[in-house]
Design a protein around this ligand. Sequence first.
Ligand SMILES: [Zn+2]
Length: 336
Amino acid sequence: MVSYKELGLVNTKEMFARAINGGYAIPAFNFNNLEQLQAIIKASSDLRSPVILQVSKGARNYANSTLLRYMAQGAVEYAKELGCKHPEIVLHLDHGDSFELCKDCVDMGFSSVMIDGSSLPYDENVALTAKVVEYAHKYDVTVEGELGVLAGVEDEVASEVSHYTKPEEVIDFTSKTGCDSLAISIGTSHGAYKFKPEQCTVDPKTGRLVPPPLAFDVLDAIMEKLPGFPIVLHGSSSVPQEYVDMINQYGGKLPNAIGIPEDQLRKAAKSAVCKINIDSDSRLAFTAAVRKTLVEKPAEFDPRKFCGPARDLMTEMYRHKIIDVLGSDNKLAQLD
Ligand SMILES: [Zn+2]
């Protein structure tokens, strides 16, 4: 049993309370390799932003769970080396699908876990979430639950259609489970193909597809039921068209990849939404930079020569998200 406190990590409690009061959101970035982690820590440390490092079940399978945990521990030390004396870094399990997986993460040093029972019948979701909360809270680990279903595909989480969160369920769910934050469904979606072209309108100026707006009326109704309660948005990549264009220009094939417009996310971040999950944008930036370098320098075979530019492009993307979308720069409790 390793406590996250020994690793220099923090749970989400204090940073969420500050984010709600301050009208911004904490970035939750997924990682499963060295370059992603370097880019996340460089951007968040330079900008003095709290940050949530997310590990999915798929990432654990890909990179090895023990190695990822030590990488997160190393991230705390790296942030300090970058001049951030008091980093606030959360190690969070994304989409935990069983009590055993959540327990395993708590036991190995995670400071926060998500239990996603959203595909289960309501009562089973309540029972499973409550069981995880009971265990995690013994160790001061925070728990994210989910109500409502997001469309799209992310690692092992997939759904054809979305079901908005029902505001009439949120008081019962949070009080029965004791969860610390709630992921909701208001029209965001997993992956790089968040909407079908027929769901979108066309911007006459650019010819680009414009997705339907998020259901802010549902968010407002939830906030009215749960004043001051931390709300989480999954599937909130904006799928920047410059990365999609780069990928397609250098031999890729991503037709009609569509994300959530950043102005919608900025608006959400100013509300009780205090955690915004971004994964696909990092994958797109990485792939765009790797494709470009390999096409332009076909003789290159040192992975550092194409992973380095990928890391730089991801760092730039994370900086932009922190400053312009989430507003979490200079929001550490201790800025010195
Ligand atoms: Zn998700």
